[in-house]
Design a protein around this ligand. Structure first.
Ligand SMILES: NC(=O)c1ccc[n+]([C@@H]2O[C@H](COP(=O)([O-])OP(=O)(O)OC[C@H]3O[C@@H](n4cnc5c(N)ncnc54)[C@H](O)[C@@H]3O)[C@@H](O)[C@H]2O)c1
Length: 498
């Protein structure tokens, strides 16, 4: 999937393109340069000699060349998509990101730019005004837009990555994370898909066709996230002739991802795996960060490893077959990501389930970007990654005590609301923050209270076994305001779940 940067002259398409290509480890193509090389003269000279229509013809040719080449970041000329044919060509072969800037920013940059732009020759200010007015409707028609007036180039590049749903992670290992339609990955040796019965029913055939792979189908549900299933996977890998160069594909929710990633991390001392998450929860959380593992009867995720996938493909189309309860459950982690560091994402969650369903791809991209930023800063949970545990110390315990009657996300919603109430009681957060969190969960149809009948001593016992304990206290990630979480050592656990 190519990424095309588009927008008016002076919006910084080439500078940003180089940064983006660097971040994504992709080649960078400046389409104007390709045209000038092909034409053997500058664009101004082409305009002078043969007119603007000739430039558009050359643009079409250069686009075709680029699209047929390796995946790349492409900076387009300021009017390159005015021609319908050109627009169709790029939209069918990648994502267009429109760079938006105030006229004053453009004027400032163009004034300093030694390159002569044919359409802006003469009185720059009035020419620019007319140029922008003439193209206002055209530029406004591109759905993915990013402001480039403020912020450093690295930060703007991050915004573009989040908006495009295209990342290259350097956290533990290096791998691409791509939001979009599932696609074929070539050159995999003896690939095998691990999935569960529910996912297989809807999506296995398509993925098997894409990857030309065999499959292992296991029973669905958290109760199968255990050593027995891991051992079944190891043996199935062996029976299917997987060796150290083989790749396993995890097609499913967080349970499939955790189990497959763990089995891959240990089979023959570690083989590659690709994550194709099919639940909202696994797209925005479980598939990212390289944590794999399984449960013991004593607690969740007590055995595991860090073994990042080689690639993650998050196709929001898979969510259309997800049961409503699972979709709501996934939204708990999205709310959590909003609370941790993205107030705008939190505000999206407050709009309720109908809005979310109509804007699923945006929600997925935005929530994934939060997790990616955290794990890139702290891949091995030495510091800020622990913030992702918001709601999880209480949540994991009640999920286990409920014997998985509660979905993971439901338990996390209860855990987050409970920990928020505690944060307010000890003076770390305001009551209005607690109300905002409660109402977001309620709008999404998620629970916020520990079930009355659930034995409190049992919850406390499980919390103490939780892997995040240390000798004296348990470290909690507590919300202090929407967009900000603090790590706090807590000794009085009874007070937390009161
Ligand atoms: N590794 C991590 O960093 C991490 C982070 C968060 C959560 N997790 C783990 O993730 C697990 C929870 O993940 P989950 O909520 O995705 O659960 P899950 O994998 O059990 O999936 C939920 C249910 O949805 C079904 N399903 C999945 N995709 C479907 C689809 N597209 N259409 C129809 N049905 C579908 C599954 O068969 C299952 O019944 C927990 O075990 C949790 O510990 C791991």
């Amino acid at each position: 999937m190519h990424l095309f940067l588009y927008g008016p002259s002076g919006s910084g398409k080439s500078t940003l393109g180089r940064q983006l290509a660097h971040d994504l480890k992709l080649p960078f193509v400046d389409l104007d340069q390709v045209i000038e090389i092909d034409a053997g003269m500058s664009i101004s000279e082409v305009v002078e000699a043969e007119g603007m229509a000739k430039v558009r013809d050359l643009e079409t040719e250069a686009m075709k060349q680029t699209i047929n080449g390796k995946e790349s970041v492409v900076a387009l000329g300021g009017g390159a998509l005015l021609r319908d044919e050109n627009r169709k060509l790029v939209e069918q072969n990648g994502r267009v990101i429109l760079l938006k800037a105030e006229p004053s920013t453009l004027l400032n940059r163009l004034g300093k730019d030694p390159n002569k732009r044919p359409l802006l020759a003469g009185d720059l200010e009035s020419k620019l005004k007319a140029y922008l007015e003439g193209r206002a409707g055209h530029y406004a028609s591109f759905p993915l837009q990013v402001f480039v007036d403020n912020g450093g180039i690295e930060q703007i590049s991050k915004h573009v990555q989040a908006l495009a749903g295209r990342h290259h992670l350097s956290a533990m290992g290096e791998y691409d994370v791509i939001v979009g339609r599932a696609f074929r990955v070539t050159n995999l040796q003896n690939p095998i898909i691990v999935t569960d019965e529910n996912v297989a029913k809807f999506h296995l055939e398509k993925i098997q066709g894409l990857f030309n792979a065999k499959s292992i189908i296991i029973s669905p549900g958290e109760e199968y996230k255990n050593l027995e299933t891991v051992s079944r996977l190891w043996r199935a890998f062996l029976e299917n002739g997987l060796d150290r160069k083989s790749t396993v594909i995890a097609l499913g929710g967080g349970v499939i991802g955790d189990l497959t990633g763990f089995a891959a991390s240990t089979y023959m001392r570690g083989i590659d795996w690709i994550g194709i998450p099919t639940t909202l929860l696994s797209m925005v959380d479980a598939s990212l960060g390289g944590k794999t593992g399984f449960d013991l009867p004593e607690g969740k995720n007590l055995v595991g490893s860090f073994h990042p996938p080689k690639l993650v493909i998050a196709d929001p189309g898979f969510l259309l077959t997800l049961p409503e309860r699972e979709l709501r459950s996934g939204m708990a982690e999205v709310v959590k990501h909003g609370i941790i560091s993205d107030p705008d994402l939190f505000a999206m969650c407050q709009r309720g389930m109908d809005w979310v369903k109509d804007n699923l791809e945006d929600v997925v991209k935005r929530a994934m970007a939060v997790k990616i930023q955290v794990i890139e800063e702290d891949p091995f949970e030495k510091g800020i990654r622990a913030k992702l545990n918001l709601g999880h110390t209480v949540g994991h315990a009640i999920e286990l005590v409920s014997k998985f009657e509660l979905r993971h996300g439901e338990a996390i919603a209860i855990g987050t609301a409970t920990e928020a109430r505690y944060a307010a009681r000890v003076g770390l957060a305001s009551q209005s923050m607690v109300e905002a969190i409660k109402s977001a969960f309620l709008e999404l149809g998620l629970p916020i209270h520990i079930p009355a009948e659930m034995p409190r001593d049992e919850i406390l016992r499980v919390m103490r076994v939780d892997k995040k304990k240390n000798a004296q206290a348990i470290r909690f990630a507590l919300p202090v305001e929407i967009g900000n979480v603090e790590l706090v050592e807590v000794t009085d656990l009874e007070e937390v779940i009161q």
